[in-house]
Design a protein around this ligand. Structure first.
Ligand SMILES: [Zn+2]
Length: 302
């Protein structure tokens, strides 16, 4: 058996401690156990403290994040309401442009992709935050789909209106004189001069002589002269089959072949030709067929 001798020397004496190998192993074991225990306890205490600190940090971050998410949700709700207003205006515009409403199925589907990006479904995020994030992303995708749909719709409306504007500008659609009294209307009536029932092809508007007459649409002057029954009269050709006629004028302010715009003054009312009192006799024809002018009075001239 091996013996270990621990020796302490001083000048006057030598102290010796003799231990055998079994005792040595026992002592080393004890020290090792003690050392490991201390190490373990320190680690426990240290990690406990760190854990608490991290937990607190996490709670704080969680609350901040949760507040931020709620703020974003509110903003999205506002945005969603604004998109609803845009959709309403879209409906009204389509109505005016004579276009059908956007199909409800298309509205539901919208345009563009759909789907949750998997990268936010990370295990590292607290489940509550995760749910809020998914809800937010769904809202954002819904709004962006609707916005894309509206952009496409407004482009379609713009194209339609642009195409129509030339055609619409040539349809007689304003009253040729401001105010006045609507006298003899379109249809059969007893002629005020010879009392014979005849078809009256236009609308009579009683106004005082000298009232400005406005062109009801863009067009070209086809007639501008005096003739027996009509007296001083003007005939305009607006294209697309529309012509208009103005009779009994006191003054003609346009010449044959002249281009006129909607609203432009072409003459003044009067009492010339076969007329018993100052008034404007106004006719609208579409491909030669006389139309009731009252159906074309959309606006008064400005
Ligand atoms: Zn008349």
């Amino acid at each position: 058996m091996n013996n270990f001798i621990l020796q302490k020397e001083s000048d006057d004496r030598i102290a010796q401690l003799r231990i055998n190998s079994r005792q040595a192993i026992f002592l080393v074991s004890i020290f090792t156990c003690l050392f490991l225990s201390i190490l373990y306890l320190s680690a426990e205490i240290l990690s406990g403290t760190l854990y608490k600190k991290r937990l607190n940090d996490f709670k704080k971050n969680y609350n901040i994040m949760s507040e931020n998410l709620k703020g974003l949700q509110k903003k999205l709700e506002n945005l969603d309401n604004k998109v609803l207003v845009i959709e309403e205006k879209d409906k009204a515009l389509r109505n005016y442009a004579g276009m059908p409403e956007i199909d409800l199925d298309i509205r539901k589907l919208g345009t563009g992709g759909y789907g949750i990006k998997s990268n936010i479904l990370s295990d590292n995020i607290a489940p509550m935050i995760n749910e809020e994030l998914i809800a937010l992303q769904l809202d954002i995708e819904k709004i962006s789909r609707n916005v894309n749909l509206e952009i496409e719709s407004y482009e379609a409306i713009y194209d339609k209106v642009k195409k129509d504007i030339n055609r619409i500008a040539k349809i007689p659609s304003i009253r040729p004189v401001k105010g006045g009294y609507l006298n003899s209307s379109f249809g059969y009536r007893k002629d005020p001069i010879d009392n014979v029932t005849r078809f009256h092809q236009g609308q009579d508007i009683t106004v005082k002589s000298g009232t400005p007459i406005h062109s009801p649409a863009d067009g070209i002057v086809k007639r501008a002269y005096y003739a027996g029954g009509f007296g001083n009269h003007i005939k305009l050709d607006h294209g697309n089959g529309y012509t208009t006629l103005f009779a009994h004028l006191s003054k003609i302010k346009v010449k044959h072949g002249q281009k006129v715009s909607r609203g432009e003054v072409i003459g003044l009312t009067g009492n010339t030709g076969r007329s018993t009192a100052p008034h404007l006799h106004y006719e609208i024809h579409h491909y030669g067929e006389s139309k009731n002018p009252l159906d074309y009075f959309f606006h008064s001239p400005n």
